[in-house]
Design a protein around this ligand. Structure first.
Ligand code: ADP
Ligand code: MG
Length: 228
């Protein structure tokens, strides 16, 4: 490994054993994402997007191949070390946002800032800065159910970015949003990651994301069918 890519994946395969025969969710994926790149991962439902993002983020293990994130092979770490490393270096945004319902927007970010090991004196400033970037400062004490879907997804993105991770993995973060809100959310995400120099891999089946990405990779049946 010589490069300093955010993501480097070689010959990734992921097989799920199943009754009717093994499911090859990923087949021989080769992928490089450079520092600061915003890459859209397109593909239909079932094409392997979630499996790939989970493998890249160390939430799942590929059955074959090697992955380096920021030059680090996560498979060489034990579970505790991997979790700690992940919280510092990778931000996740999921379709089901996973916001804590009884916590305010501020507190939702604070939980992630603490898990990511941000020192106490930096936390407040970083949380407020992240909320401001997402244009949500006025909502800092609102709970998720007091906000619209678009606002909630912006909270989830602000939370993923509060630790200033090297890499954001976003799995269909806009699939529950209407197209106008999708544009808003992607625009603020794009400007936020540009400001921080963060690399992004964002899955979607929505062509809108192409407008915000530096590069588009298409998965079909577990294989990259274009790009690299
Ligand atoms: P996408 O996110 O693009 O919809 P997934 O990564 O969820 O695709 O799924 C890719 C393939 O792997 C699909 O055929 C899906 O049914 C299968 N798959 C995903 N997760 C599992 C699992 N836990 N067990 C068995 N098969 C799975
Ligand atoms: Mg999926």
């Amino acid at each position: 490994m010589t490069s300093q890519n955010a993501i480097e994946a070689q010959n990734i395969g992921r097989v799920y054993p199943a009754d009717g025969g093994d499911v090859h969710a990923l087949r021989d994926i080769n992928l490089e994402v450079g520092q600061g790149q915003f890459v859209a991962l397109r593909g239909r439902s079932g094409s392997g997007k979630t499996t790939l993002l989970n493998c890249l983020g160390g939430l799942d293990n590929p059955t074959s191949g090697v992955i380096w994130i920021q030059g680090v092979d996560l498979s060489t770490m034990d579970e505790a070390a991997r979790t700690y490393w992940r919280r510092q270096h990778i931000g996740f945004v999921f379709q089901q946002m996973g916001l804590l319902p009884s916590f305010s927007a501020y507190e939702n970010l604070d939980v992630m800032a603490r898990l990511g090991g941000l020192p106490r004196r930096q936390r407040r400033e970083r949380i407020l800065e992240s909320l401001e970037r997402m244009d949500l400062l006025d909502y800092y004490d609102h709970r998720p159910y007091e906000m619209s879907g678009g606002q909630q997804q912006r909270i989830a993105i602000a939370r993923a970015l509060v630790t200033a991770p090297d890499l954001v993995l976003a799995d269909e973060p806009t699939s529950e949003l209407d197209s106008e809100t999708t544009h808003q959310v992607l625009a603020v995400l794009q400007s936020f990651v540009r400001a921080q120099g963060t690399s992004v891999l964002l899955s979607s089946h929505d062509p809108i994301v192409d407008d915000y990405a530096d590069r588009i990779i298409t998965l079909s049946d577990g294989q990259i069918s274009n790009g690299r």
